[in-house]
Design a protein around this ligand. Structure first.
Ligand SMILES: Cc1cc2nc3c(=O)[nH]c(=O)nc-3n(C[C@H](O)[C@H](O)[C@H](O)COP(=O)(O)O)c2cc1C
Length: 168
């Protein structure tokens, strides 16, 4: 799929078939994630690839909008080492890598959805506990992934009123 088409047709996909995503496809998603821009090129990101069913079932016990993980082939937890990137830029860096995964997933015929964790302290602390995350590492979010069992039309979000030229 062409890059622009992959961006423009991306939607949050929350229903999946039983088919498991192959390891080499997960590797491609992680390569896309790590090719994101980052402030001072610090690349503070870490990723936890999750396919353990018991763990996938545990997330919705504390995260109210993550039930789709029960059907997901994989989840990728996106985190940052805040000693490597010690300003809020870690949020921007890991958001860019998350978006790269979402677009790459769409381009590869997968369905994905971004599940917010940061800045909710309770969710961050539950994620850290469940995935045994060290002190200096902070979770941004979780990406739920699988082969799509729902189809959604592209959005048409473009809004001329939000575009300003030269000055506000
Ligand atoms: C920071 C962030 C957090 C989100 N958290 C959740 C979530 O917890 N659960 C969920 O189902 N979708 C979540 N979403 C997906 C949004 O609901 C979705 O992107 C939005 O409704 C627009 O739909 P679209 O992605 O299909 O264009 C999140 C998206 C972002 C960017």
């Amino acid at each position: 799929m062409e890059a622009l088409e992959a961006i423009m047709s991306r939607r949050s996909i929350r229903k999946y078939t039983d088919k498991k995503i192959p390891e080499e496809t997960i590797k491609t998603l992680l390569e896309a994630a790590m090719n994101a821009p980052s402030a001072h090129n610090k690349q503070p990101w870490h990723f936890i690839v999750v396919d353990d069913r018991e763990t996938l079932y545990k997330v919705p016990e504390f995260h109210n909008y993550s039930k789709m993980l029960e059907q997901a082939s994989h989840a990728i937890v996106v985190l940052a080492d805040t000693e490597i990137q010690n300003t809020d830029f870690w949020i921007h860096d890991t958001s860019a890598s998350t978006e790269n995964i979402l677009i790459a997933a769409n381009a590869l015929g997968l369905g994905a959805v971004w599940l917010g964790v940061h800045p909710h302290e309770n969710l961050m602390s539950e994620v850290k506990k469940l995935f045994n995350v060290p002190e200096n590492v902070t979770p941004l979010g979780i990406i739920s992934l699988g082969y799509p069992a729902e189809e959604k039309p592209p959005r048409e979000n473009y809004n001329e009123e939000r575009v300003h030229r030269n000055k506000w």
